[in-house]
Design a binder for this molecule. Structure first.
Ligand code: ADP
Ligand code: ZN
Length: 437
């Protein structure tokens, strides 16, 4: 028996696959009608010789052209808009992590639907009216702030729009208003741990936190574990991108076995980034998404560049929506050194398993006399920094040894005192490739 009280929107979450498919086909067709209002898609579909009538099953989506971030940049600001300006109520731009930003527009329907999606996500993890929700992410153009904010209000949580930074004040707010649920990017969750440790504060005893949503940048299972243990909470992975509204695209349920991607709102494909052919379920590839319920700026087959896989099987929670594995990173995050392909998160995974390693690190790639070198700067914990040189050397050796096991090459390890590495205001910068400077 499915328990409907665990669903925020039971008709949308717990429907069977067949009904979900029918809904998707219906929404896909109306999306196609809608995109024809934008000059960009009019031209694209014209070139491809496709009209909405050609879509007879959701899989026919493969006949449609892909959309890239570069398309969005070229069409900046209004090229993908499918409505008149008087119907718009919001504008966001992506963080610009990988180049020039792109603009996304929302109608009243879009902001409403987006708030519903986030309310659905938070409800799924057990957040309920009566909870205090603190949103420790940047407000403003970044979608993480307002996206979660309106979702939390929709759900009926007491919402504290504390924004990012000003950590002592954040902690004060958590204490004064007994915050139970927080949204925070992983690198800031780690930073806040250091600050609480410096203050001698034990969040398990002195705060009321129960749940945290971590997302907006790649992080490893090991970071989740550290954060859960330190704060004494459940961490849920949260995925989204501005081009698809923002957060609320995919989210973990209490089973924490991958993130349910809301298939009533997004059509999901995972493609081989080279050949662009679909990869089998369970195989790593590039996530490609189509909006199914967007009004102002629908997007067809958007190449996210995010690498992940679809997980096979049904989730015990009873939601029909397929699950995505943890995002490994963007294809742009991968770097090649001495012929080895590496994602920063692979390095993180090894580091965060070593007790003496602190909560921050950076990877530097350098070329000297035509030889590439990988340097990993690692903050160590307070406790070991005051200890003797021999212990530090042992730690250094252990890190190099464990990284070699994962990466098959031995980077140079530099240990740094706690808080010795620079922190970025928003998403963490984990890689500095000096070979490109
Ligand atoms: P930008 O693309 O400029 O960083 P966004 O704020 O829209 O702007 O960021 C969306 C991107 O953030 C995603 O495409 C993905 O690469 C990353 N991201 C978001 N959530 C997660 C997550 N849970 N795990 C890994 N990466 C994530
Ligand atoms: Zn589930």
């Amino acid at each position: 028996m499915k328990r409907t009280d665990v669903f925020w929107d039971a008709p949308a979450e717990a429907l069977d696959r067949e009904r979900l498919r029918a809904l998707q086909l219906h929404r896909l067709r109306s999306t196609l009608e809608r995109v024809l209002c934008s000059p960009f898609y009019q031209a694209r579909l014209g070139e491809a010789g496709i009209s909405p009538g050609d879509i007879r099953s959701p899989e026919d989506i493969r006949k449609l052209p892909l959309t890239t971030k570069q398309d969005l940049r070229n069409q900046y600001p209004y090229g993908l808009l499918c409505t008149t300006k008087d119907k718009l109520v919001r504008l966001h731009v992506s963080s610009g992590t990988t180049g020039q930003a792109t603009a996304v527009f929302y109608s009243r329907h879009d902001v409403d639907h987006w708030a519903d999606l986030l309310a659905r996500c938070m409800y799924m993890t057990g957040a309920r009216p009566g909870d205090t929700f603190q949103n420790l992410t940047g407000y403003g153009l970044f979608t993480g702030g307002l996206g979660f904010h309106y979702g939390a209000e929709r759900l009926g949580l007491l919402t504290i729009p504390s924004g990012a930074g000003n950590s002592r004040r954040q902690i004060q707010l958590m204490r004064d208003f007994s915050t139970t649920v927080m949204h925070i990017i992983p690198s800031y969750a780690l930073r806040l741990m250091d600050i609480m440790t410096e203050m001698g504060l034990d969040p398990r005893k002195e705060l009321s936190l129960r749940i945290a949503y971590l997302g907006a940048e790649p992080y490893s299972e090991e970071v989740r574990r550290r954060v859960e243990e330190f704060y004494g909470i459940d961490v849920y992975n949260s995925y989204g991108l501005s081009e698809m509204n923002g957060p609320g695209v995919a989210f973990e349920c209490p089973w924490k076995t991958g993130m349910h991607i809301w298939e009533d709102a997004y059509w999901v494909e995972v493609l081989d980034p080279e050949t662009l052919a679909p990869v089998p379920e369970g195989t790593l590839g590039e996530l490609v998404l189509t909006t199914l319920n967007r009004d102002a700026m629908p997007i067809l087959r958007y190449r996210t560049k995010d690498l992940t896989r679809l997980l096979p099987g049904e989730c015990p929670c009873g939601r029909a929506h397929v699950r995505l594995d943890r995002i490994q990173g963007r294809s742009d995050d991968m770097f090649i050194i001495k012929g080895v392909n590496i994602f920063p998160v692979q390095v993180e995974q090894v580091l965060m398993n070593i007790a003496e390693v602190g909560n921050n690190y950076v990877i530097i790639l350098r070329r000297e006399n035509n030889v590439d070198e990988m340097i990993v700067k690692v903050e160590v914990t307070d406790r070991i920094f005051v200890e003797d040189m021999r212990h530090l050397q042992r730690v250094q050796k252990k890190i190099a040894h464990d990284l070699k096991g994962e990466l098959l090459l031995t980077p140079r390890i530099e240990l740094v005192e706690p808080n010795g590495l620079p922190r970025s205001e928003g998403k963490a910068v984990r890689l500095v490739d000096e070979r490109k400077i």
